[in-house]
Design a protein around this ligand. Structure first.
Ligand SMILES: NC(=O)c1ccc[n+]([C@@H]2O[C@H](COP(=O)([O-])OP(=O)(O)OC[C@H]3O[C@@H](n4cnc5c(N)ncnc54)[C@H](OP(=O)(O)O)[C@@H]3O)[C@@H](O)[C@H]2O)c1
Length: 286
């Protein structure tokens, strides 16, 4: 029997928990497939995409940092919201070739709704305006009135704010991140989303100082390694509703399974598998 082959392409990818999450899903669904990591830098990306294009057993692949934007130019089409978000995280092979789609925005939205319920928000703060920040802004379209977006340099945040208004957000501003700006913006927001790498292993710290966190605010951190970032720990201690990045990762993975196999696994089982991997890693790190 033929084995379907799937991959995650990025750099670095060796710490990804996705192979274990997909292995769990394949087992539950009785699918004969593998999901492997391909660590490749920007120079090597075109050759890898060409190789996967030529491999008929490859049903598709996921794309992560730093290739989510560049990969668009190596595909036959970019479909749906991936066009306006401007980033592709999933590639699907079909009769028409390789199609790039975006499932991060759905994963983000489902994670938010799963933990915080179907609330709407007056104002949301998004930290980071790369592919993940753009997916969050798109995912919030019918859930927020106003957006404040901050990024390290400010340029990408301003550009995303402009786009978000054209997508239908009533008001959006883009600013350069600083501790003072983030405290100011966070205290005015009922939802805070970290879509920057700040807080992940190797990028320790928090994008919002403690004094910006008030009880009742919903705080979603896309970072999942560690599971409880400094931002989430401070938010929990301040009485906020906290949502870790593993929720988004597993909902996004399930969207990809739908695209590749037309089947969905149990979200709770996928999360349990992710938690096992992350707990084992924390224990190893001492
Ligand atoms: N849980 C999940 O399923 C999931 C899915 C997707 C992404 N993520 C995570 O989300 C994060 C961002 O991913 P990405 O693909 O969007 O990365 P990216 O394209 O590299 O964008 C990162 C963004 O963060 C901003 N940034 C960096 N340092 C900052 C700081 N100190 N303060 C404020 N903003 C800062 C950058 O600002 P400039 O634009 O000015 O450089 C940029 O806009 C990563 O940690 C990734 O692992 C998680």
């Amino acid at each position: 029997m033929r084995v379907a082959k799937l991959y995650l392409i990025g750099h670095p990818v060796k710490h990804s928990v996705s192979p274990r999450i997909y292995a769990r899903a394949f087992k539950e669904l009785g699918i004969n497939a593998t999901y492997d990591l391909i660590d490749v830098d920007e120079q090597g990306l075109p050759a890898i995409v060409a190789e996967l294009r030529g491999s008929e057993d490859c049903l598709g692949f996921n794309v992560t940092i730093p290739h989510k934007v560049r990969v668009k130019h190596l595909l036959d089409s970019v479909k749906g919201p991936a066009q306006v978000i401007g980033a592709v995280n999933t590639v699907v092979r079909s009769g028409e070739g390789l199609a790039g789609i975006n499932t991060d925005w759905i994963g983000f939205r489902k994670a938010l709704k799963r933990v915080a319920g179907t609330a709407t928000y007056g104002r949301a703060l998004i930290i980071g305006a790369g592919g993940a920040g753009r997916a969050a802004a798109y995912g919030l379209l019918d859930m927020v009135d106003e957006l404040i977006i901050v990024s390290r340099g400010g340029v990408t945040a301003r550009s995303l704010a402009k786009d978000a208004v054209t997508w239908g957000i009533r008001r959006a501003v883009g600013l350069k991140a600083s501790p003072k700006t983030c405290v100011w913006a966070a205290l005015r927001s009922d939802l805070i989303v970290n879509a920057s790498p700040v807080g992940m292993v190797g990028h320790e710290g928090t994008p919002v100082p403690k004094e910006g966190l008030a009880g009742g605010t919903v705080v979603l951190d896309m970072v999942y390694n560690p599971l409880e970032t400094e931002l989430l720990r401070n938010a929990r201690e301040a009485g906020c509703v906290t949502i870790d990045g593993l929720w988004m990762l597993v909902y996004q993975a399930n969207e990809n399974l739908k695209e590749w196999f037309g089947a969905e696994a149990s979200i709770d089982a996928l999360r349990e598998e992710g938690l096992k991997v992350l707990r084992a890693r924390t224990a190893e790190q001492g």
